[in-house]
Design a binder for this molecule. Structure first.
Ligand SMILES: [Zn+2]
Ligand SMILES: [Zn+2]
Ligand SMILES: [Zn+2]
Length: 145
């Protein structure tokens, strides 16, 4: 199954109705999975095929998608919330983000890499880790040349 089908299944389970406008938004999200778009950026991209859409619809749809748990929010402390599709929230830990201080590029670290830290925390603090949100700030390869 591709991402769109998986997502549609998940949305159907939760009773989320896919209207043409919502579908256009979801398609933009799927096409730009690694871009971490803000609502405003999503709006600009959706408007190309769907000129009648309003920014309020984008905001509302993102809120709904967040409520049903198919996207995750990324806050880079730059005043805008970015989104990415995240279909298996329950059993997968969030990937990490590398944020370039110079060009603002966001790079994804697919590996968790925290197994030994997580094990140590669970043993020492008797704390069951469900997820984590880890951002590294620095310079990307291009900017550090
Ligand atoms: Zn983890
Ligand atoms: Zn950079
Ligand atoms: Zn990401």
């Amino acid at each position: 199954m591709n991402t769109m089908e998986l997502l549609k299944d998940k949305l159907k389970e939760t009773g989320f109705k896919i209207t043409p406008q919502r579908r256009a938004i979801v398609e933009i999200l799927i096409k730009n999975t690694d871009k971490h778009l803000s609502s405003e950026e999503i709006y600009d991209l959706v408007r190309v095929d769907c000129p009648e859409i309003g920014l309020a619809t984008v905001y509302r749809t993102m809120q709904l998608l967040d409520d049903v748990g198919v996207i995750s929010k990324l806050n880079l402390d730059d005043g805008c919330i970015r989104y990415e599709i995240c279909l298996d929230k329950e059993d997968s830990h969030n990937h990490h983000h590398l944020i370039c201080k110079s060009c603002s590029k966001i790079i994804e670290v697919k590996e968790d890499l925290l197994d030994s830290i997580e094990r140590q925390i669970q043993e020492t603090y008797k704390f069951e880790i469900i997820d984590h949100d880890l951002k590294f700030y620095g310079l990307c390869e291009d900017c550090s040349k």
